[in-house]
Write a new protein. Structure first.
Lengths: 294, 573
């Protein structure tokens, strides 16, 4: 069964000599929240722009709802709600004009829902967008991205530089979208606590490559902080497959490990070591370990 | 302290260095060739040379205005990133102003001196003083936070009118050159002061405009619900009209308002020979000013449309890499529909602008007019109204010609508005300049070819025209070939749907037919005189005229617009 909303295969993108995306393959099934995490310049926005059809695939292919977003922008974009970090709304519009304008594009626009969001976000419908604060503009952008109940909600660093109250609204929007059956959310963020809170799956991007893409549950389960005690002191760090880096000296060494615990235990036994401590990691720590190891 | 001056000058230089090298190099080369070969140069070569001097002067105006915001913006256009430099405000202002004054004055002076060296009787100082004063005045206008949207545009027009007419009147009245230069220097001095005050205010953050004052005073109130847009296209046309379509009607209203000011003091009346004399030798008399400048007012609208369409409003693309704003790029519409919305909005904007001009023209009919007998040179009346004076002369032919002229100007306005879209949407700045240059070179080559073909070195008018006719036909065929290629390519890539293509084709054929028919009607006497001068047979002259008019329609450039939009839309950085 292929129910992927987004299907990216072997996508590579260069800007001059810089490789922004390197052979990226990613599949986002319907009805999940996918968190895209990575450092600045890792390629998250470039990937999202390919999904929106704002960049043509140089090699590989991008399919959204089974269609090429470059060739069929009308059909793809009409099913996507998009909010970017830049929040480049037309500032000359008033909030009610933005709502009226956006409604013209989407047959599924729900005016009652839009009015409800307007109240919830405490926005003045007659206010000019240019006079709103950054947070209020983000709310206005979120309103027009959600009011037609899009099948796919794309959020590119939506809460970057915003205060906790606006961030809460954005997270609320994601949760509400999930509540609508079959709807999908893809969002990129630096704030890993947010990603950890709402994501079903995560993908870690580094230098244009997907280092890891899995369900959040698996990712959390497969990453451990482990301390080993060896029978004899060691001058160099041991080598165990799945280890993302070592710290320690002498007989006691610690590692961030990614893989099956059984495999770690077997490898430790071969090297003459035993596991003395084992801790689960936060997503923050997993991200740092993965990116650091790469 | 010196470092501050240098860094301001460096910012100006770094931003425009390539253009400045080209322009300053051209001025130096032109001045040198004028001094060395001016006596032997042909009038055509001089005219082309001077045209490029004027264009390069406009470039220098743009450079020294050092603008960082939309011309319609109410705030100061001085680049705000320079406000944080550790430099005194006086240096921020004086460095670009003095550089502009010195460079432009020096080059105008050298140019005039070179022309005088080659025997031309050109004044040495006042043209240079006028050119520098104009730059200083524009710097003041653009850097002062007037607080009113479009104030810069209105003031620029007023300054152009004031400086050009003022200098003209002074020259006519034989005012000595030193007095003209002194008056211009005084205006320049006032401009320096205004610019300083403007930048100082902007730097202190005193940028409040009437819109923000009104907004902050406004209380939150419920919004009256308006009817929803029936389609995405309707919504997008509304967006385009609000975003770009207001400027042309606004300019039309401003121009009309400015047009009436001189009628307060110019009360002279002159005969319209084009409408008479009748059998008794009677010709109508209307205001001299209206007769001289009303056609200019009408011609200004297509010019304004050209300036707007070719890049004055660039809000769809980002300033840096010229890719589309994300909001615009993510509209759920096809590339062709986005262009279609632009074309519709420009058509509505053009109609509004012309409606304004025509409505504003009505008071002219109520101005003082009269009539005179051209044979006896006697005034028959001097205190009638223009409408009653003109009425006896307005037969069907005259009304048809008048209607055709207005229709042609309206079509020209829309054409000029729309032809720049393909370069603007492409996001490639160089294309905006490369295309007209390539076009100019193409025309020049045709003229050179015609001269070479002529056995007597270009003096045979018939041979020259024959070559130009051939050139027109070759250009038309090339245009049609490119258009067909564009249609095939856009059809294949899905940019143009068959229905859109059919509608556009029908619209274009109708528009082009009206355009050609109007021009044929208006150019009837010109074509007849060409036939009488044995430049070509009626068939050759008429068919070439049709080819020329078709060549002038914006077929290829409008067809290229969706392709350019598509390329730019899918390359976002």
């Amino acid at each position: 069964m292929n129910d992927a909303v987004i299907e990216i295969s072997n996508l590579t993108r260069r800007f001059g000599s810089k490789k922004a995306l390197d052979d990226v393959s990613l599949s986002v099934p319907a009805g999940i929240v996918m968190g895209l995490v990575g450092e600045n310049g890792a390629g998250k926005t470039t990937l999202i722009k390919h999904i929106l059809g704002l960049l043509r695939a140089q090699t590989g292919s991008v399919r959204v709802f089974g269609k090429d977003p470059v060739l069929e922008p009308e059909s793809v974009l009409s099913q996507i709600g998009y909010l970017s970090e830049e929040g480049d709304l037309p500032l000359w519009m008033r909030v009610h004009e933005l709502m009226r304008y956006a409604a013209g594009f989407y047959p599924t626009w729900d005016e009652n829902y839009a009015r409800q969001l307007l109240q919830e976000f405490n926005l003045d419908a007659s206010a000019k967008l240019s006079r709103l604060s950054k947070g209020q503009r983000s709310r206005a952008g979120l309103l027009v991205a959600m009011a037609y109940r899009p099948k796919l909600l794309l959020l590119d660093e939506p809460s970057s530089g915003l205060d906790p109250i606006v961030r809460r609204d954005i997270l609320g929007a994601i949760i509400r979208t999930i509540a609508d059956d079959g709807r999908t959310v893809l969002f990129s963020s630096h704030l890993l606590t947010e990603v950890e809170r709402v994501s079903d799956r995560i993908a870690i991007v580094k230098s244009g490559r997907i280092l890891l893409s899995d369900s959040l549950e698996n990712v959390m389960e497969r990453h451990l902080r482990v301390t080993l005690v060896f029978d004899e002191p060691r001058a160099t760090a041991p080598e165990i497959e799945g280890s993302l880096g070592w710290t320690g000296s002498g007989r006691e060494w610690s590692t961030t490990f990614c893989g099956q615990v059984g495999h770690l235990e077997a490898s430790a036994a071969v090297l003459g070591a035993r596991i003395v401590d084992r801790n689960a990691l936060s997503l923050d720590e997993i991200f740092v370990a993965q990116v650091g190891a790469a | 302290m010196r470092r501050g001056v240098e860094s301001v000058a460096f910012a100006l230089w770094q931003r425009n260095r390539i253009g400045l090298w080209i322009v300053l190099g051209y001025w130096a080369a032109f001045s040198a060739s004028l001094g060395l070969f001016g006596r032997r140069a042909s009038a055509e070569a001089l005219a082309i040379g001077i045209l490029f001097v004027l264009l390069s002067y406009l470039f220098l105006v743009a450079v020294f205005i050092h603008q960082d915001s939309d011309v319609a913006a109410a705030r100061s256009s001085y680049p705000s990133y320079m406000f944080t430099l550790p430099v005194k405000t006086s240096r921020l202002v004086l460095v670009p102003m003095i550089l502009g004054t010195v460079i432009v004055f020096a080059f105008c002076f050298v140019l005039a001196a070179s022309a005088r060296h080659s025997g031309a009787n050109i004044p040495l100082f006042w043209p240079a003083a006028l050119a520098t004063t104009f730059i200083a005045a524009l710097q003041a206008i653009f850097w002062f936070p007037w607080g009113v949207p479009y104030a810069k545009l209105v003031l620029t027009m007023a300054v152009i009118a004031l400086l050009s007419t003022g200098t003209g009147v002074a020259l006519n009245a034989s005012v000595p050159e030193w007095a003209i230069c002194s008056a211009l220097s005084a205006i320049a001095g006032a401009s320096y002061m205004t610019a300083y005050l403007g930048v100082a205010r902007a730097r202190r953050g005193e940028n409040r405009d009437i819109v923000s004052i009104r907004e902050s005073a406004r209380v939150r109130r419920p919004v009256k619900a308006k009817a929803a847009f029936r389609s995405a296209t309707q919504a997008q046309v509304w967006y385009e009209l609000r975003q770009h379509g207001i400027l042309l009607p606004a300019i039309a209203a401003i121009l009309c308002g400015l047009f009436y000011i001189p009628t307060v003091w110019d009360t002279t009346i002159s005969p319209i020979y084009g409408l008479g004399p009748d059998a008794e030798g009677k010709v109508p008399l209307i205001s001299t000013y209206v007769m001289a400048y009303y056609p200019a007012l009408l011609m200004l609208l297509p010019c304004a449309a050209w300036v707007i369409g070719c890049g004055l409003k660039r809000s769809d693309v980002k300033r840096g890499d010229r890719t589309f704003q994300l909001f615009y790029g993510t509209r759920p519409m096809s590339d062709a529909d986005l262009v279609g919305a632009k074309l519709k909005a420009t058509a509505i904007s053009t109609l509004c602008a012309w409606a304004i001009v025509l409505v504003f023209s009505l008071p002219i009919l109520n101005m003082r007019g009269g009539s005179m007998n051209i044979r006896t040179n006697m005034f028959l009346s001097q205190d009638d109204r223009i409408h009653s004076v003109l009425a006896p002369f307005l037969d069907r032919q005259v009304l048809l010609l008048g209607f055709s002229a207005v229709l042609l100007l309206a079509l020209m306005t829309w054409r000029n508005y729309a032809i720049g879209f393909w370069t603007e949407l492409s996001g490639k700045l160089w294309l905006r300049y490369a295309y007209p240059i390539a076009f100019g070179i193409g025309y020049a080559l045709i003229v050179v070819w015609g001269t070479q073909r002529s056995p007597d070195g270009g003096h045979s008018t018939a041979t020259m025209f024959e070559t130009i006719f051939i050139g027109i036909w070759i250009a038309l065929l090339a245009k049609l070939a490119i258009s067909v290629w564009l249609v095939v390519k856009e059809k294949r890539t899905g940019l143009l749907r068959p229905s859109a293509l059919a509608w556009s084709g029908a619209f274009f054929v109708t528009g082009a037919a009206v355009f050609v028919a109007t021009l044929l009607l208006l150019s009837q006497s010109l074509r007849q005189s060409m036939v009488s001068a044995q430049i070509g047979s009626p068939l050759v002259v008429d068919s070439t005229a049709i080819a020329l008019f078709l060549l002038w329609t914006p077929l290829t450039r409008i067809l290229a617009a969706p392709l350019m939009l598509s390329i730019n839309r899918h390359r976002s950085r």
